[in-house]
Design a protein around this ligand. Sequence first.
Ligand code: PMP
Ligand code: GLN
Length: 390
Amino acid sequence: LLGDDGRARPTIFAEMSALATATGAVNLGQGFPDVDGPASVARAAADAIAAGHNQYPPGPGVPELRAAVAEHQRDRYGLDVDPDREVLVTAGATEAIAATVLALAGPGDEVLTLEPFYDAYAAVVALAGATHTTAPLRATPDGFRLDVDALSAAFTDRTRIVLLNTPHNPTGTVLTPDELAAVARLAVAHDALVVTDEVYEHLVLDAGVRHVPVATLPGMAGRTLTISSAGKTFSFTGWKIGWVTGPEHLVTAVRTVKQFLTYVSGAPFQPAVAFALRDPDVARWVEDLAASLATRRDRLCAGLTAAGFDVVRPQGTYFVLADAASLGFDDGAALCRALPSLAGVVGVPVSAFTRAGSEADRALRSWVRFTFVKRDEVLDEAVRRLARLR
Ligand code: PMP
Ligand code: GLN
């Protein structure tokens, strides 16, 4: 977790946002919307404060939020979870992931992720003293795809957890039912648990593409913990309300760790998120968000292509990966440090999501991640500036 000099490092997102602030560059690095979520949801939080929801909430989360999460899993995916025993509210998906890995993996265990991977995964596997193994997503004409042979080769008899992420940050891949079936088959064969990070579950951008929770696959509900949160779905990334659902014995293990990480959090935000999950107008707002993100994805992809990047069109999330090799830059990390002065724009090097020397690391060395969860005029300004790189 320390830098080469032995000192603590900020995360890549904090580092790049600070660089954007210091230089006045357009920030397409850290993924957060520049427009807040629905006013009705913000009002629900303000009302909850006024109504006195200001002391410690119950350890597993307020009952109405646990019930709303269980209803969401049932209505949306046909998944049955008991709100009292199989739902745990956490401080964002980040805590859910950390508590899960700390609860279920330790020294001698392997935690298998896709690569590239969200940066917190590697950190929390290290905190657990477990070993991080990976299977690459490879650039194909159909986007970044899972190679099932490589996945199979990455499993061992020590693989304790497969930590999946779909829709996937940073590639924007939405895993197909076939890819998920391969993961499920291998997890069963190796008696591994599946932990699935689905924070972008509602941000699927193409009509023909569907988000499928791995817990819905035959035989998987009993060995799968499903994680999501309110931040991305409702554009309130600072509220940090997340949840984990799954079989009681696994959720209980996660809660045992969680109670010593944050104990509880976000008392007034929990009823507001329950309202957001249940309100039909908010559901329409989320659909509109996904539709507008699809348009913004197309806008940014077109602009990056015109600026000389090679772009792989994402199917979900609010990130796009762009290869700068065609512009003569073979080191994405060096390019991202120089980008504010070269072009007045901030992006995140894809090497922040890889392990030094791995196949994915070598393949993605010259790639940069840009977010499109920004207003059109911000995206247009970024694209105008990036045209200077030619
Ligand atoms: N997982 C992924 C893949 C993410 O991109 C993020 C970042 N928002 C998180 C987890 C963390 O979610 P939260 O803000 O709810 O902790
Ligand atoms: N998930 C956001 C991203 O990938 C950042 C969250 C963070 O700053 N930790 O950009």
